[in-house]
Design a protein around this ligand. Structure first.
Ligand code: NAD
Length: 484
């Protein structure tokens, strides 16, 4: 079924505008997390393939790609967006099988991918420098210029969305890109090679090289001709990336994990909040950097929230991805074990509700039940660390001060939300929370292609999405001309 939907090779790398065998003949297997079957063989790229990809990107910058005007780059991105739109269902189907996410969620990711290319296609020729008043005999102005060759390393959980935001912004600024997708899910990343060719992107402007992190990924971040690295993934690997990049003084954007809180005050519209409180925790089986895994609830409304959340939770269904229920499997047996290991620390906690499995799930699929824990202390391991699974904790709080203290008690700072109808409180708490994004009376706001995104602390640094990403993917030159 999958092969009928693939219209491009999956066992090759995409370099210099062509599909190529990689140097090593060894292949890596991609597994369908819903049933454990091997769905495709992908390349195990090494430093020779990365070297070719980086060289082809450098060459593109000096020729065809580098010679395009901002408007021409924009048109290519808009064309790419149209091509993605024409293939939404195919891309969603492929992503659903590869990542194990319910079909509707995969379709939303495909729509977001098209939207990123559209947004950045439109933004290309609207990013401007400034003139700066200086000494009388001078005219001074600034230019936004591309870094050069940008390396992009991405995880398996949202390949399409992350490709859209990271490649979209980088290409818009005129960089040439080398993408190393995850070895655990990379089929839609490869589709971009074929779509880029169809759109007319010049050779070498986009290169896609699947392989292992410790081999292809490591070669990419340490390559001497890489000018910027955008990394999305775990804290552990983020630290490695930053220290490797430091050896060549290469700037790095790090989009890492989170332990994002939603704070429900006593005057909140609980019924409106309810679907956000739950969906933000269980979407993509909780394997979302911005998953809301901590629900902070005012003690004054605690029993009401618990009752309503539990009732919704017990209706959650886990099934194979293509069955399109609330949750699919998690990505791998390894990830399932990580989650189970965390659950070993839950013995002192009260599980107040859980979802249920479809009765005939394939034995080799990687399924985890969504679980909701009540009355959890904010300092508990399950309330402090990113689990990356469908596990949420509810933490009661006394008052506003207590809520802020608890919200800011982890090492992360990615996303937060505040549920209250009190306008002054909305402003106070939004300012006091350590978080890259704060939503008021909503969570996530539908993906938010336009909204700058990124964190502080263990959530990383730098911003992607929105116009802000264009600054990160460019460097500023100041030109000071003295009048003769
Ligand atoms: P991971 O860090 O294990 O892997 C991410 C990527 O890094 C993969 O492509 C992998 O091959 C590569 N990699 C691994 N070792 C490497 C090395 N030594 N050198 C270079 N590259 C290497 O993360 P994952 O398990 O794929 O994804 C889950 C993590 O990603 C979670 O922590 C999640 O919070 C985070 N994430 C963050 C965001 C965000 O925008 N902040 C979005 C999605 C996921």
């Amino acid at each position: 079924m999958l092969t009928e939907n693939l219209w491009y090779p999956t066992d090759k790398i995409f370099v210099n505008g062509k599909w190529k065998d990689c140097h090593s003949e060894k292949k890596l297997s991609l597994e369908n997390p819903s049933n454990g079957e091997i769905i495709a063989k992908i390349t195990d790229a090494d430093e020779r393939d990365i070297d070719e990809a980086v060289n082809s990107a450098s060459k593109a910058l000096r020729s065809s790609w580098g010679n395009l005007s901002a408007t021409e780059r924009g048109r290519l991105l808009l064309k790419l967006s149209e091509l993605v739109k024409n293939r939404l269902d195919k891309l969603a189907f492929i992503e659903s099988i590869d990542v194990g996410k319910p079909l509707k969620q995969a379709k939303n990711d495909a729509i977001a991918l098209a939207r990123y290319f559209e947004f950045y296609g439109g933004a290309c020729d609207k990013i401007m420098g400034e003139t700066i008043p200086y000494l009388k005999d001078y005219t001074v102005y600034t230019l936004r210029e591309p870094h050069g060759v940008t390396g992009h390393i991405i995880p398996w959980n949202y390949p399409m969305q992350i490709i859209g935001r990271t490649l979209g912004a980088s290409l818009a600024m005129g960089n040439a890109c080398v993408l190393k997708p995850s070895e655990e899910a990379c089929l839609t990343a490869l589709a971009i090679g074929e779509l880029a060719t169809e759109a007319g992107f010049p050779e070498g402007s986009i290169n896609i090289v699947p392989g292992l992190g410790k081999k292809a990924g490591k070669s990419l971040i340490s390559h001497p001709n890489i000018d910027h690295i955008s990394f999305t993934g775990s804290v552990e690997i983020g630290k490695i990336i930053q220290s490797e990049a430091a050896k060549n003084l290469v700037p790095v954007t790090l989009e890492l994990g989170g332990k994002s809180p939603q704070i429900v005050f006593e005057d909140a519209n609980i019924d409106k909040a309810l679907p956000f409180l739950i969906n933000a925790g269980i979407q993509n089986a909780g394997q979302t950097c911005s998953a809301s895994s901590r629900i902070l609830v005012s003690k004054k409304i605690y029993s009401e929230v618990i009752e309503k959340m539990s009732s919704s939770y017990s209706k959650l269904k886990v099934d194979q991805a293509l069955e399109d229920k609330d949750l699919g499997p998690v990505i791998s047996n390894r990830q399932k074990k990580v989650i189970q290991n965390y659950l070993n620390f839950s013995k002192d906690l009260e599980c107040i509700a859980e979802g249920h499995f479809n009765s005939n799930l394939p034995k080799k699929g990687h399924y985890v039940l969504p679980k909701l824990y009540g009355n959890v202390k904010y300092s508990h391991k399950l309330a402090q660390e990113e689990i990356f699974g469908p596990i949420q904790v509810i933490i009661p709080f006394e008052d506003e001060e207590d809520a802020i203290k608890i919200a800011n008690s982890t090492k992360y700072g990615l996303v937060a939300s505040i549920w209250t109808l009190d306008g002054a409180r909305q402003m106070r708490v939004a300012k006091a929370i350590k978080s890259g994004q704060v939503f008021i009376n909503n969570y996530g706001a539908g993906g938010g292609v336009e909204l700058p995104f990124g964190g502080s602390g263990y959530s990383g640094h730098g911003r992607e999405k929105g116009f802000e990403a264009l600054y990160g993917f460019s460097t500023l030159k100041t030109i000071a001309a003295m009048h003769e």
